[in-house]
Design a protein around this ligand. Sequence first.
Ligand code: DGY
Length: 324
Amino acid sequence: MAKAKVYVTRRVPKPGMDLLAEHFDIDVYEDEEAIPHDVLVNAMKAKPYDALYCLLTDDIDKEVLEAAGPQLRIVATMSVGYEHIDLQECAKRDILVANTPGVSTDSVAELTVALLLMTARRLSEGVESVKQGEWGDWRPKWLCGTELTGATLGIYGLGRIGFNVGRRLKPFGFSQIYYTDVHEVSYAKDIDAEFIDFDGLIQKCDFICVCCNLTPQTRHMFNADVFKKMKNNAILINTGRGGVIQHDDLVEALKNGDIAAAGLDVTEPEPLPLDHPLVLLKNCVILPHMGSNTWDSRNAMSEIAARNCIAAISNQTPEGNVCT
Ligand code: DGY
């Protein structure tokens, strides 16, 4: 029997590639850069693929799905986020959508802690000062940052990642951990986190970690009005999605001291242009979306996305099922 056909939009880590090659007839877009949209549309038209294995850089919209044709069973993304996939259009066509939940939680939570410490203690400025020859005599007021001990921590989105950020940060001795989510969650008690509404979160917290998905409800939640209500000493960390923060408003808030600093692993757009005002601000630490950049996480993600394709084509429910 002929093998099912899968289109893969980038060469992913070996565990995923091996699994795909073992089960399917695969075509891979062989480039380091993301596949251009028109190239993806044409690739979908070229052959009747049963599965599309994609990444968060690929816009899987109506045009791609129409080009793919009615035999397409699944869009499997090698990511936790799936805002790049048009879920409604997939549902209309009975196409499964699956992501890779769980396996990048530790990597993203570790990076969130690192970014919070980097931002609070001005570590990137310190590293840069050594390289630029600015390390002079010991100075009493030079590159002073903020302690975590005794501060209030807020977590916006206490899902898997938010909870694991809280679990790792708790030993630093925050006076209180608060969280905001659509509803209270029972596991919050494991980190002594108190449920609070969004207004309370932004007004009470010295550190806020954004750990939520991007949805119509969370888009631009952090905007000028919110920055004005936040503490002037507040530090905002985002490892969720760039779109949760209104970036022009963030520039103003950082410039005029509405908040003290920001640490961003995700931005809008990505990549952020080199001349973007945020790149030029000393009180903004920006990383190139590297939350899940560990081999442990990326290998596992590549494999789960492949297993999701196998499940869908065997008429089973994929483990990362998002919708049917
Ligand atoms: C995801 O999996 O959605 C992450 O943002 C990729 O690192």
